[in-house]
Ligand binder design. Structure first.
Ligand code: GDD
Length: 322
């Protein structure tokens, strides 16, 4: 079976690649942009085939899909950092929505019979009322950032292409995920890296933070990618699924766990530059539909994930991950 991952050099993409390579029947393909950073997949370099492609160029992805003729496509490539979407909204909307449109159009025009998973996001729910928790897939979408709007666009396109053309598309609304290789701009990785820099004496014992009151539902990336696989193996085409742990933690709790795991003495300093024009107050998901249809369940505890994240930064403190 041929599997194509867009975003294979990224955080979730590289973990999904690791998972695919444990399956004997899989020939793995990924797309890569000119000058993409490749640290995340260097350990599996010889086990997959990379094709140069830019998703914003329709002819580029069409050539790739024509050549690979994948049975499964995991579409993970995106501009994935919420704050960047305020600074570069056009780029975020174009990469995420038009990039995905180009994948769909390529598969449709070639007449390829394949299953496509699209990485949608809990950010789509945005402003959630207290009486709507835990969030079900049927909750209204009230996006609070250009990034979230781009994910609503991807999600709706997935629905529309399923309804209009019967394409076997499964939409996964991934809640927050973290673990080794997480980009250093995302909250758990940012704090873990600051703590490791303090441990190693390369930074004064002060941790800069943004909004610690927000609450997020974190899952280990290695559990999330198992969910992505199951979404195509067992999920219903046309369906939309939350993938999450079902339990939210405040960002302050995450910081406290990391500090406790390390044992460092630190001062916590609020940094206004880390505040967002609007921040989603709470995302806590209901994962029952996904568990029922696919048998998925999260297995790695938050504490173990954060331990592994600290260890990751201790092993490669100079590695840059955007
Ligand atoms: N990045 C960051 N840095 N976030 C901080 C900080 C900080 O110093 N301090 C507090 N936060 C808060 C943010 O305001 C937000 O409420 C929360 O921590 C999580 O921020 P991120 O880790 O940047 O993730 P996100 O929730 O905005 O988005 C992530 O999860 C989505 C799924 O819900 C990304 O992975 C998205 O791509 C994904 O769709």
């Amino acid at each position: 079976m041929r599997v194509l991952i867009t975003g294979i050099t990224g955080f979730a993409g590289s973990h999904l690649a690791d998972l695919c390579l444990t399956k004997k029947e899989v020939d793995l393909y990924g797309i890569i942009r000119w000058r993409s950073r490749t640290e995340n997949i260097e350990h599996i370099w010889d086990k997959l085939k990379l094709l140069e492609c830019d998703l914003r160029d329709a002819s580029s992805i069409r050539d790739v899909i024509e050549e690979v003729k994948p049975d499964y496509i995991f579409h993970l490539a995106a501009q994935s950092f919420v704050p960047t979407s305020w600074k570069a909204p056009t780029e975020s909307l174009t990469t995420n929505i038009i990039g995905q449109l180009n994948v769909f159009e390529a598969a449709r025009k070639i007449g390829l019979a394949c299953k496509i998973q699209i990485a949608c996001s809990s950010e789509e729910y945005g402003m959630v009322n207290p009486d709507e928790l835990p969030i079900k897939e049927t909750n209204p979408l009230r996006p609070l950032s250009p990034y979230a709007v781009s994910k609503v666009g991807q999600d709706m396109l997935g629905y529309q292409y399923f309804m209009s053309y019967g394409m076997e598309i499964v939409r996964t609304r991934g809640f927050n995920h973290t673990g080794p290789r997480r980009g250093s701009v995302f909250v758990c990785s940012d704090f873990a890296k600051q703590i490791v820099d303090i441990e190693q004496g390369s930074k004064p014992p002060v941790i800069s933070v943004g909004n610690l009151e927000a609450k997020r539902d974190f899952t280990d990336v290695r559990d999330i990618v198992k969910g992505y696989w199951l979404s195509l193996e067992k999920g219903r085409p046309g369906a939309v699924y939350n993938i999450c742990s079902g339990k939210a933690h405040s960002i302050r709790e995450i910081l406290d766990i990391l500090i406790e795991l390390s044992g460092v003495e630190v001062e916590i300093k609020s940094d206004p530059a880390r505040m967002r024009p609007s921040d989603v107050p709470i995302l806590e998901g209901d994962n029952s539909a996904f568990m029922k249809d696919t048998g998925w369940k999260p297995e790695i505890s938050l504490k173990d994930t954060l331990k592994d994240l600290l260890e990751f930064w201790r092993e490669c403190p100079d590695r840059f991950y955007a």
